[in-house]
Design a binder for this molecule. Structure first.
Ligand SMILES: Nc1nc2c(c(=O)[nH]1)N[C@H]1C(S)=C(S)[C@@H](COP(=O)(O)O)O[C@H]1N2
Ligand SMILES: [Mo]
Length: 524
């Protein structure tokens, strides 16, 4: 029985797909050994992240939340798969052209890897390996498709390169079986190699090897939060595992503490760098700070609070002697991120720190191990550089950072906000006593008052939870006698200076969301 043209096309498509897949898998494994971020899929993904216009990025964060990365990688994979299928179809008539296209595809990934801000010459290796293996698998499968290997004695049409203009041969049953075996082998091989790469690329548990020195001060023990009596309210202190995570890194950077250095450079009298051991010997402070992301919508989840420990940035800068013209510190990280922080925020008495610990433990890798910045009162994108390695004293006129290049505001001061955690919006409750509760924050100013409004009623003063300091959020609650019906619940906060948060709605871009958080609940 002759294969229809359709099933034959399908086999070519599968060959292209498998060639690309095996190439990517081998590239992923090679990357795990040289630099995980240089993996073909990941370097293309990172390039897409950096090239994505801000509105699209905002849309993705709002719709996919922390799943934005899997969604992005999935899309990159899907587009690559479609191209690979196309290449496979081209191979039916023009095998050598298909080979060239496959090399070009791997070349794109190589280019992406080489153009990353932290690129190293070895970062080309994964793409090279992907090209070699991809082309090898493609021609191997084409050979099986054309019945190659069936008659070892014949040499006339051994290479698919030699009969590029020829219509494809009609495979015999053995030929078809050989192709199926080859295709299955490539699939299994790609899966095995890819998952091995994935396993090897997981960051080692380095943080456990660090012993923390005692801080100079000790913050008073945190009093029990309202979560002990109000179900559904956000805990007063966020467990590190629940701490929100926002960054552009597709692989969590693995930083070796032994070779890590923090460099202080730029417009300073005495530039210097210190090792992690030296940093740990400097005077340390501990401080409770709430960190939030500028991309957080009103009522959104990208905010967390913990006890941080670290070295005052003021002390580090004083040792270098910052010159008078400097208006910003440009920080850099191992993953090539750049962040601009206004110089006042790092030198005034708010105690911005290079943190080495959160919640009494060395920083987890995903939160910046071994060291990161934390600047009270500013959104993370202007003061919380993770995996930090360099502070450059400079000016906004001379240097621009990653988010500034994308038009986010230079001065990312946190806006006063309140959020209702319980009851849940759009959920249905029984009539009777219900606690309305949540958190409010105004880092740098503190929270003086929180008020709640039910429907169009009067603003009612909520009871505040314990005080964790002006740079820390405040829990609050209000008992409500819920009657049958549909109700609007709205909250607003007043900061320590007596200013009520603005009611004016603003999107996260370019300087943080504002407006009152409001939810609808059904009581029946
Ligand atoms: N190296 C690096 N640091 C970074 C970022 C990043 O993408 N890369 N994102 C910043 C942003 S936008 C925020 S909100 C905080 C989030 O810190 P977290 O993930 O520890 O909560 O990290 C900041 N530091
Ligand atoms: Mo952020």
């Amino acid at each position: 029985m002759e294969p229809t043209s359709k099933t034959q096309s399908l086999r070519y498509a599968v060959s292209g797909l498998l060639a690309a897949l095996t190439g990517m898998a081998v590239g992923h494994l090679v990357a795990a050994l040289v630099n995980p971020a240089a993996s073909p899929v990941l370097s293309v993904g990172s390039t897409v992240i950096d090239a994505t216009p801000t509105p699209v990025k905002e849309w993705a964060i709002q719709h996919f939340g922390t799943n934005d990365k899997p969604v992005l990688l999935g899309s990159v994979g899907l587009v690559t798969a479609l191209i690979a299928v196309g290449i496979g179809l081209v191979a039916r008539r023009r095998p050598s052209l298909a080979g060239v296209l496959l090399v070009l595809l791997a070349g794109l990934a190589g280019l992406a890897a080489m153009l990353r801000p932290t690129a190293d010459p070895v970062d080309i290796l994964p793409a090279l390996a992907a090209a070699l293996v991809g082309v090898g698998v493609l021609f191997g499968l084409l050979r099986l498709l054309n019945g190659g290997g069936r008659e070892p004695g014949t040499t006339a049409v051994e290479s698919p390169l030699d009969h590029s203009a020829q219509a494809p041969g009609t495979p015999t049953t053995t030929g078809r079986r050989n192709f199926l075996i080859g295709a299955a082998g490539a699939t299994v091989g790609a899966a095995a190699v890819g998952s091995l790469g994935q396993k090897l690329a997981v960051p080692p548990t380095l943080p456990s090897s660090v012993t923390l020195p005692a801080p100079q001060n000790t913050e008073a023990a945190l009093p029990a939060g309202l979560e002990t009596k109000i179900k559904g309210i956000t805990p007063f202190s966020t467990p590190p595992n629940d701490f929100y995570r926002v960054d552009t890194a597709l692989v969590i950077p693995r930083v070796d503490v032994e070779s890590w250095k923090l460099e202080i450079a730029g417009d300073v009298d005495k530039p210097y760098s210190i090792t992690f051991d030296e940093l740990l010997k400097m005077p340390m402070i501990e401080k409770r700070i709430t960190l939030n992301c500028v991309s957080n919508e009103v009522g959104g989840p990208y905010i967390s609070s913990t006890l941080w420990q670290g070295v005052r940035i003021k002390d580090l800068l004083e040792r270098a002697g910052v010159k008078g013209n400097v208006d910003q510190i440009l920080s850099e990280s191992t993953d090539g991120m750049t962040i601009s922080t206004p110089i006042e925020a790092l030198t005034d008495d708010r105690d911005a720190i290079i943190a080495v610990a959160m919640d009494g433990q060395p920083l987890p890798a995903r939160h910046g191990f071994p060291a990161r910045m934390v600047t009270p009162g500013l959104y993370g994108y202007v003061g919380a550089t993770k995996w930090v390695t360099k502070l450059t004293a400079t000016t906004y006129a001379k240097d621009t950072a990653y988010w500034t290049q994308r038009n986010w505001l230079i001065d990312g001061r946190v806006k006063t906000q309140a959020r209702i955690d319980t009851p849940r919006g759009l959920a249905t409750y029984q009539p009777g006593k219900i606690a309305i509760g949540g958190v409010a924050w105004a880092q740098g100013r503190g929270i003086k008052e929180v008020e709640v409004r039910v429907d169009n009623g009067p603003w009612q003063k909520a009871t505040l939870g314990p005080d964790g300091g002006t740079d820390y959020w405040r829990q609050w609650f209000l008992e409500w006698d819920a009657r049958t019906g549909r109700h609007d619940l709205t909250v607003r906060a007043t900061d320590g200076t007596g200013a009520v948060q603005t009611q004016e709605r603003a999107d996260p871009f370019p300087g943080g969301a504002s407006g009152y958080h409001s939810i609808v609940v059904l009581v029946s």
